[in-house]
Design a protein around this ligand. Structure first.
Ligand code: NAP
Ligand code: ZN
Length: 335
């Protein structure tokens, strides 16, 4: 097999540099994807900085991949060469544990991530177990669909798990890559959506995405007025937050669902949890089944990422812009 070219992080926080590797023989269950597009998720930024202590350098980031099937392992029957497919955060699981058998492969204790201890999608090609390579519906264009492969399924899964419906009030905290997709999916579920943001200039844009209201989380008065209004708050923020203030925004029995990864532990007061029987939970990406369902919903309900396109070779520029919270709303690298 030919070498795979890409851009790799060689040390924590360093700029990506051109890199190539020999992928070896294709496994019987593996698929090789010729990449056309790859989204720049904030998790790539965390991995490049080694914020989570799990990065293994050098590695090629990227886990919001769309491309075409370039090669198939001998035992892969469900895909065809040349077919348009996507790959997200997860690229393998054991397939035999309780969680894999329940169709919750994202909870498999030996789950493998596309760009942790392996090389991801800021590259010409990438490989994964065929169970994690999903067909892309015809109706979805590749660039605005690429961010659905991680960001999309991450916000879709908790909306589905929490039974969001037209009676629900859903707040989305942090209107970035994940957040702008969360607004659209929550609307597709019929919920009334409120955007909670630190960026006043996003106000008119969140209405166009489907949010009814905008709350500036930096304004004390606005946060006080929002008290007791939301059934579900999805936080997609990668920074520490005023958790007590966010709990106050929940109605009784409401849930604060943590999707973004803040640097510190979450400190929350007990009383709003006890008195309103409120809950705090997390959610992690989604299973391959959820990915397929989410893509189908996106295709039928017109959910798509608002993107800023960069050539693959300019990945460092895209990352710098993500770090400054300047991208509207997802950078996508194109080959
Ligand atoms: P992103 O595009 O950079 O968006 C993050 C948003 O958070 C920003 O647009 C901004 O929204 C807000 N924000 C940034 N800095 C802030 C600060 N200091 N204070 C308050 N708000 C701030 O990132 P993303 O790709 O959506 O990813 C967000 C987080 O989700 C990351 O931590 C990522 O690792 C995590 N993630 C988790 C999963 C999972 O499975 N749980 C999957 C994918 C990603 P406003 O301008 O509106 O305030
Ligand atoms: Zn991601």
């Amino acid at each position: 097999m030919a070498q795979i070219q890409g851009l790799a992080a060689h040390a924590a926080g360093a700029e990506l540099l051109p890199f190539h590797y020999d992928p070896g023989e294709l496994g019987v269950q593996e698929v090789e994807i010729a990449i056309s597009h790859c989204g720049v998720c904030h998790s790539d930024v965390h991995l490049i900085s080694n914020d989570w202590g799990i990065s293994h350098f050098p590695f090629i980031p990227g886990h919001e991949v769309i491309g075409t099937v370039a090669a198939l392992g001998a035992e892969v029957r469900q895909l065809e060469r040349g077919q348009r497919v996507g790959l997200g955060w997860q690229s393998n699981s054991c397939g035999v544990c309780e969680w894999c058998l329940r169709g919750l492969e994202n909870l498999c204790p030996t789950a493998e991530a596309t760009c942790v201890h392996r090389n991801g999608g800021y590259a010409t090609r990438v490989r994964a177990n065929a169970r994690f390579v999903v067909p892309i519906p015809e109706a979805l264009e590749s660039e605005p669909a690429a961010p659905l492969l991680c960001g999309g399924v991450t916000v879709y899964s908790p909306l589905r798990a929490q039974g969001i419906n037209p009676s629900s009030r859903v707040g989305v905290v942090g209107i970035g890559g994940l957040g702008h997709l969360a607004i659209q999916f929550a609307r597709a579920f019929g919920a009334e959506v409120t955007a909670f943001s630190t960026s006043a200039e996003k106000e008119h844009e969140v209405h166009a995405l489907g949010a009814r209201r905008f709350v500036n989380t930096r304004e004390l008065k606005a946060m006080k007025e929002a008290a007791g209004t939301q059934d579900l708050l999805l936080t997609t923020v990668n920074a520490d937050q005023d958790w007590a203030a966010l709990l106050q925004v929940l109605r009784p029995t409401g849930t604060l669902c943590i999707l973004g990864v803040p640097p510190s532990s979450i400190a929350a007061p007990a009383f709003p949890l006890i008195s309103g029987i409120r809950g705090i939970r997390g959610s992690s990406i989604g299973s391959p089944c959820a990915l397929r369902e989410m893509l189908d919903v996106a295709a039928r309900h017109g959910v798509k990422a608002t993107t800023e396109s960069f050539p693959m070779a300019k990945a460092n520029e895209a990352i710098a812009k993500v770090k400054k919270n300047k991208v509207r709303y997802r950078a996508v690298l194109a080959n």
